[in-house]
Ligand binder design. Structure first.
Ligand SMILES: Cc1cc2nc3c(=O)[nH]c(=O)nc-3n(C[C@H](O)[C@H](O)[C@H](O)COP(=O)(O)OP(=O)(O)OC[C@H]3O[C@@H](n4cnc5c(N)ncnc54)[C@H](O)[C@@H]3O)c2cc1C
Length: 383
């Protein structure tokens, strides 16, 4: 039997791939999204994202989902504060109510995108394991479940470890030397009062050179913590994260002597700690145009988290969707227009992303990070 053919195949149902599918749908263009996860609910979608006017919100407008987006905003969560390791407040910026960078849960955002697509747009349980160019811009995709399809236009929206990227580029992600370790506390105000007070209404940063604790108050009275550590890959690999209690103790030991309301964010964690080693593609990663295939989001420009990655992925999806709609009979013209704008748009963000890691954990921490807030209306409670 011949494999089924899909004029537009998108690999990856993350925020970038789904935004592309939605913007195409708005323009009356069907697409199929192949996703490795077995279902929408099979994996926790991670924390809160602030969605910027210049990229994420613009993409949602192109997706005709601004009202749906407004309905999932976590009001008040734009507050920020910086503490020292003794729990002393160094800086406090309440939510100013301008709503310029509203916070939403990643899972909620993914859901409004999924709900906006026709049935069977996303094919769950389709993990790409192989790709083969067939000529004339067509490709064959092979999946772990044994299925095979062919594509007219193929988009790699499959994140950091993209299986589509090797069709265009030899670049591979490299470890930055920083790892984020996630924990969650639930019913925070009632059961974790001191930690909840330390975090406040929005984001809390407690930073010293080489290590820190960042926590967000999420909708539903939840504290979501990222412990951030500059440590070698070997050091991280030596922690057995399948043994939650010993992994928690090992991570907490790095914060010996810190204020108990801060270390409680680790030691009272109600989910097994999850390590996210932070990788990056080479700065300004780009590729030569190849017929019938392109990349978006982390597959195209993986970089350290600086609050931009999901926003950029959505903007990529929207821009690619509009480029395809503008060149309905010429996929190569669409991909050329998309990539000519993509590379200069993302190259400077690599520098900002690396600079952000340095502000969080570099030798001047937390003062480099505090400088970011200079010029805002926030109250500086200590020098
Ligand atoms: C700790 C941390 C914190 C972050 N915080 C923020 C933040 O606050 N704000 C922000 O804007 N960004 C943040 N980011 C960055 C953001 O998460 C990413 O940039 C964003 O998710 C990229 O979206 P994407 O759609 O390109 O890829 P992804 O979200 O990675 O989605 C890729 C999809 O492809 C699927 N997939 C992968 N391989 C295959 C395969 N072989 N076959 C089929 N499907 C496959 C995956 O299952 C997934 O659903 C953070 C990142 C990290 C690590």
């Amino acid at each position: 039997m011949n494999p089924s053919h899909h004029p537009i195949a998108i690999v990856g149902a993350g925020l970038g791939g789904l935004t592309l599918a939605r913007v195409l749908h708005v323009h009356g263009i069907p697409a199929t999204v192949y996703e490795a996860d077995p279902s929408e609910q099979s994996r926790m979608q991670g924390g809160q994202l602030d969605i910027h006017e210049a990229d994420g919100q613009r993409a949602l407008a192109d997706a005709d989902l601004t009202d749906e987006f407004r309905a999932i905003i976590h009001e008040g969560a734009e507050a920020s504060r910086v503490l020292d390791q003794d729990g002393k407040l160094l800086f406090d910026a309440p939510d100013d109510g301008t709503g310029r960078r509203p916070e939403v849960l990643r899972g909620d955002l993914r859901r409004i995108l999924l709900d906006s697509l026709p049935d069977r747009t996303v094919r769950w349980g389709h993990k790409v394991t192989g790709t083969r160019p067939l000529g004339d811009g067509r490709h064959e995709l092979t999946f772990a479940n044994g299925a095979t399809v062919t594509s007219g236009l193929l988009v790699g929206a499959d994140g950091a470890w993209s299986k589509i990227r090797p069709l265009l580029s030899d670049a591979e992600p490299e470890y930055t030397g920083t790892t984020f370790i996630e924990t969650y506390l639930y019913d925070a105000d009632e059961r974790h009062t001191a930690a909840a007070e330390a975090v406040g209404a929005g984001a809390m940063y407690a930073l010293t050179p080489g290590k820190g604790i960042i926590a967000h108050r999420e909708a539903g009275n939840i504290l979501h913590t990222y412990v951030i550590l500059n440590r070698s890959a070997e050091w991280i690999a030596a922690i057995d994260f399948t043994d939650a209690a010993s992994a928690t103790a090992r991570v907490a030991a790095e914060f010996d002597g810190w204020a108990p309301e801060l270390t409680a964010l680790i030691t009272d964690g109600e989910t097994a700690p999850v390590a996210r080693t932070i990788h990056t593609l080479p700065d300004g990663h780009r590729w030569q145009r190849a017929p019938g295939v392109t990349l978006l989001g982390d597959a195209a420009h993986l970089m350290p988290p600086s609050g931009d990655g999901a926003n950029l992925a959505m903007l990529d999806g929207a821009e690619l969707g509009k480029a395809i709609a503008a060149h309905p009979d010429d996929a190569e013209a669409a991909l050329t227009a998309y990539e000519e704008a993509l590379f200069p748009r993302t190259a400077p963000v690599y520098t900002q992303a690396h600079d952000m890691l340095d502000l969080l954990l570099g030798e001047r921490a937390p003062f480099g990070f505090l400088d970011l807030f200079n010029g805002s209306n926030a109250e500086r409670t200590s020098s």
